[in-house]
Design a protein around this ligand. Structure first.
Ligand code: B12
Length: 254
């Protein structure tokens, strides 16, 4: 594909076989057994979603009395690329050795980081991926960095306890993982930590980071965090962000 400069008002449309053909692929499950009638029900659903040129490409039994479908169709919808604005975490990314040397030199000590999955949430794998030596997808976790004194407190850590530990250990950064989002529990729970740190009068001195599969930067900032990281985050992104944020607080980086 060739480079393309977007002009105001121009629409971005799905690319199937040809540019702007509007072809999308949709997958879903219907609570009926597979049959020709089920296939037609899937096609009808796609049409009611506003698609035309509907084609049921795949139909497969998902469990007893459930069927999984993959449907192709064409949409007339498009979005104005120029008008889409999303706040993004600003990270000046440095390599592992470079970041360690830079942080130790500029901060003059190890940066204290606490990580936890909070409230009733028991999903520890995400925070482990960011914090533990092993890291994620070949990217070492924060415990591996010489510039961090990183402690992973694990899952189901109460906000009150986490805030107290942040004060006791003089944490520079607190990392919070929220995976379960049912009935918006993650919102209240994540917000509670901010309130607790404010109550203790330490919020401004701590870099507060939220992460999880349903988290994005905008949401995290709305809740009062400094940054939010979503699915497939790499520990090195978080490491660079923390160092930058701590140095900004020290007035050393912009
Ligand atoms: C493993 C698992 C469990 C295990 C957890 C074991 C453990 N020790 O962690 C067990 C079996 C205990 C479990 C229980 C439950 N689970 Co569960 N679980 C999963 C599963 C299969 C995988 C999650 C996982 O480990 N992902 C791998 C990690 C690496 O990915 P990640 O968390 O997204 O982390 C990355 C990023 O998000 C980010 N990140 C995450 N945290 C942080 C933090 C910071 C600071 C930063 C910077 C980045 C960051 O970086 C990571 C690396 O890139 C998911 C489904 C799925 N396939 O995702 C369901 C899922 C998360 N579970 C779900 C549910 C509903 C539950 C239960 C409520 C089920 C029940 N009814 O009992 C319970 C809740 C228990 C509780 N109190 O929390 C739902 C959540 C739905 C929702 N929208 O809320 C999911 C999505 C399954 C589903 N489709 O329904 N679960």
């Amino acid at each position: 594909m060739t480079h393309h400069d977007w002009i105001a008002g121009e629409l971005v449309r799905p690319y199937g076989d040809r540019r702007d053909d509007g072809i999308v692929q949709l997958s879903f499950v219907l609570p009926v057994p597979p049959s020709e009638r089920a296939r037609e029900a899937a096609a009808e659903l796609a049409r009611r979603l506003g698609l035309d040129q509907v084609h049921v490409a795949h139909m497969e039994a998902a469990a007893a009395r459930y069927t999984f479908f993959v449907v192709y169709g064409r949409t007339a919808a498009g979005v104005e690329w120029e008008r889409i604005q999303v706040p993004e975490v600003l990270v000046r990314k440095r390599g592992f050795d470079e970041l360690n040397a830079y942080a130790l030199r500029e901060v003059g000590r190890r940066i204290v980081v606490l990580g936890a999955c909070t409230g009733s949430d028991a999903h520890a794998v995400g925070i482990d991926a960011i914090m533990n030596m092993k890291g994620y997808a070949g990217d070492p976790g924060l415990e591996r960095y010489a510039c961090f004194e990183a402690t992973n407190l694990g899952a189901q850590v109460e906000n009150v306890r986490l805030a107290r530990l942040a004060v006791e250990r003089r944490a520079d950064a607190v990392l919070v993982s929220q995976v379960v989002t049912q009935r918006d529990v993650h919102r209240e729970n994540a917000r509670q930590l901010v309130e607790e740190l404010e109550r203790l009068g330490v919020r401004a001195g701590v870099t507060l980071v939220l992460g999880g599969p349903r988290i994005d930067h905008r949401f995290a900032v709305e809740l009062g965090y400094d940054a939010g990281f979503g699915p497939a985050t790499r520990p090195s992104d978080v490491a660079s962000f923390i160092v930058g944020s701590v140095l900004r607080r020290m007035g050393k980086e912009h």
